[in-house]
Write a protein that binds this ligand. Structure first.
Ligand SMILES: [Fe+2]
Length: 80
């Protein structure tokens, strides 16, 4: 965790993907604007938008770290 906010989340592994659901608002004023997975040799970013579900699905392409950015509270690392 990079800042003070602690968000909870769930992680599932459907098929060969990583599915993350955040317990976080997705209002026009306060939302997650992107999530990213970073491995030793690659990175993938998924953009999220206000009023959509607070969830993201990445294809699994190696172990790495997952980060997400809240428009109000800043950058977080998913803390497994
Ligand atoms: Fe937030």
């Amino acid at each position: 965790m990079l800042w003070y906010e602690k968000n909870s989340f769930t992680v599932e592994r459907p098929e060969n993907d990583i599915f993350i659901r955040f317990d976080h608002p997705m209002t026009k004023e306060h939302y997650i604007s992107f999530a990213a997975i970073i491995t030793f040799d690659g990175m993938m970013i998924k953009k999220l938008y206000p009023e959509q579900e607070p969830e993201v699905r990445f294809p699994f392409f190696g172990k790495g770290k997952i980060f997400y950015f809240c428009n109000r509270d800043g950058l977080f690392e998913l803390d497994p």
